[in-house]
Structure formats: structure tokens, C-alpha cells
Ligand binder design. Structure first.
Ligand SMILES: C[S@@+](CC[C@H](N)C(=O)[O-])C[C@H]1O[C@@H](n2cnc3c(N)ncnc32)[C@H](O)[C@@H]1O
Length: 269
């Protein structure tokens, strides 16, 4: 039995705490609270010797979009339960249905998502969007601030819930944290997107760090990485097709390389 999914609201957000309650350990909290208050006040006072910094518009910061392609997320009724089919647990079931168990690797999707969401890039708020295109042609939108279960068993439970109910909402405000959205995925990409597909089989071998450093800040970078064990991503909508290593890598390793290169480009530590 998998626990229903939801996000916890940090206690610090549930009520405003006084300085006395916070004590010296609350200095960070107080600083953040003051920063937030300052944002709401139009306080540009012209002081002669202190230059005024223009307010930082977070929405103007550059971000990245990832698409995990050919993700093997498929539900099957095994016994009397609906389960996310995977080669470890359901090899016999799949073989009986004439399917190749080696193609059922949702663990690759799980690791790929964690590689993106765990990155400093995402923590710095630069993940614009994450989409998963499944082998069954479902498109899933994953909100950048969602917390994905770290254990595979719970991840499978979450995916079953998502594919059956079409969405997973946050406890409290009903925000859709994961949701099935309309095909094709390209309809959800911003204009001026550069769609970069990754494959070991591409003839264009690049050093990711140089590649992203050279990319114009006027385009929206969209990286398409396969979340499957075999095969090549859908090249139909790809603008550039690159290889990032002399070796066949895991999807998670490729994604970490991209995140790392963008962190260097945008000076995220
Ligand atoms: C386990 S691999 C799939 C293997 C598949 N034969 C291939 O190379 O595309 C998962 C994904 O990682 C990416 N990938 C793996 N090695 C790569 C490389 N050297 N350069 C670029 N992308 C790579 C591709 O997007 C691939 O779809």
C-alpha cells in the first residue's frame, strides 16, 4: 500500500513567528521575512552616496526545459492489482503477453527525474519545465518544485496513481504537481525554443559545457533525453542532434552533465 502523495507545509510558513520566539537562530528566517516584506514596499529612496540596484525580475532569468522521451510507464493488471510494469517484478507476466521485459525499465525514468530535481540548477529555480513523453504516448508535466519519492517502490505507486487519476495534486491548495497534458509536447514549449536531442548515435560529438556556453540567451533551451534502455529518441521535432560523450551513458548521467554545464554558465554554485 502506497501512501497518498502530498506536500508538507513547513511549520515556519504556517504562522508568523515573533523575534523572541525565533531567538538568535532565527536570524536567517528574519532576514528572509524582511526581504519578502521589502519586495512588497515601493521603497526606492534616492540616497546620494548609495547607488540603487534595479530590482531583480526573477521571471527574466534564463531557464531550461527537459523532455524525457520514450519513458516506459505502463500499467498492467497483475493478479488483481494495477501495477507499473517493470522488468524486475513482472518478467514472467510480460513474457506471457509476448512483450520484451528488457523494455520495461521505469527505474530509468525515476533516476532521470531525480537527477534533474536534485540538481543545484533546479534548486536555484532555473528548471522552467519538465515533461515526460511515455511509450504509450502520454505526456506528463512535472512541476519543478514537486518532491518525487526517492524509493522506486513508492515512485511506482505514484505513477500508477497519476496514470489512473490523470493528476496528482498538492495537499491543501489542490495545485497540480503532476498531470497528464495534451499531446504533442511541442504545443507546450515556448516560442523560440531550441530543441536539442541527445543520442550516443549522433555524429555531432560536443563538449556540453562549451555547447551551452555558446548558446544564445535569446533562445529557450529544450533538452530531449531518452528515458529508455534501447532505441533512439523521437527526432521529429529536434533542431540539433548531439552526442555528449564517447561512451554510451545513462540518461541520469547525461542530464547531470547538462545541469552541471548550465550551472557553470549561470554561475550557480
Ligand atoms: C540508456 S540511453 C539509451 C540508449 C540508446 N541506445 C541511445 O544511445 O540513444 C538513454 C539516453 O541517454 C542519452 N545518451 C546516452 N549516451 C549518450 C551520449 N553519449 N551522448 C548523448 N546522449 C546520450 C540518450 O538520450 C539516450 O536516449
Amino acid at each position: 500500500m502506497v501512501r497518498a502523495y502530498g506536500i508538507k507545509v513547513p511549520k515556519s510558513l504556517k504562522r508568523k513567528r515573533s523575534d523572541e520566539e525565533l531567538g538568535s537562530e532565527g536570524a536567517d528566517y528574519r532576514d528572509h521575512a524582511r526581504e519578502d516584506e521589502m519586495k512588497n514596499v515601493d521603497l526606492i529612496e534616492d540616497m546620494p552616496s548609495i547607488p540603487i540596484m534595479p530590482p531583480v525580475d526573477e521571471s527574466k532569468k534564463h531557464g531550461v526545459i527537459f523532455i524525457l522521451d520514450k519513458a516506459p510507464l505502463e500499467i498492467g493488471k497483475v493478479g488483481n492489482k494495477h501495477q507499473l510494469l517493470n522488468s524486475d517484478e513482472h518478467a514472467n507476466f510480460l513474457k506471457k503477453q509476448g512483450k520484451d521485459p528488457s523494455e520495461y525499465r521505469p527505474d530509468i525514468v525515476h533516476q532521470a527525474i531525480l537527477a534533474i530535481l536534485d540538481s543545484p540548477l533546479t534548486k536555484a529555480g532555473r528548471l522552467q519545465a519538465l515533461y515526460i513523453h511515455s511509450t504509450r504516448n502520454a505526456i506528463i508535466e512535472v512541476k519543478p518544485h514537486v518532491r518525487i519519492p526517492r524509493t522506486f517502490r513508492r515512485f511506482c505507486g505514484l505513477m500508477v496513481q497519476l496514470l489512473e487519476k490523470q493528476k496528482i495534486t498538492a495537499v491543501g491548495n489542490r495545485e497540480k504537481l503532476l498531470a497528464l497534458i495534451k499531446n504533442p509536447v511541442t504545443d507546450h514549449l515556448p516560442v523560440n525554443s531550441r530543441k536539442i536531442g541527445l543520442s550516443y548515435s549522433s555524429n555531432k560529438l560536443v563538449h556540453v559545457r562549451d555547447y551551452v556556453a555558446a548558446a544564445s540567451d535569446d533562445v529557450n533551451l529544450v533538452f530531449v533525453v531518452g528515458a529508455m534502455a534501447h532505441g533512439v529518441i523521437d527526432k521529429g521535432y529536434i533542431d540539433d542532434f548531439i552526442s555528449v560523450s564517447n561512451y554510451p551513458l545513462s540518461a541520469a548521467c547525461c542530464l547531470s552533465r547538462i545541469c552541471n554545464a548550465l550551472e557553470q554558465k549561470w554561475k550557480i554554485l
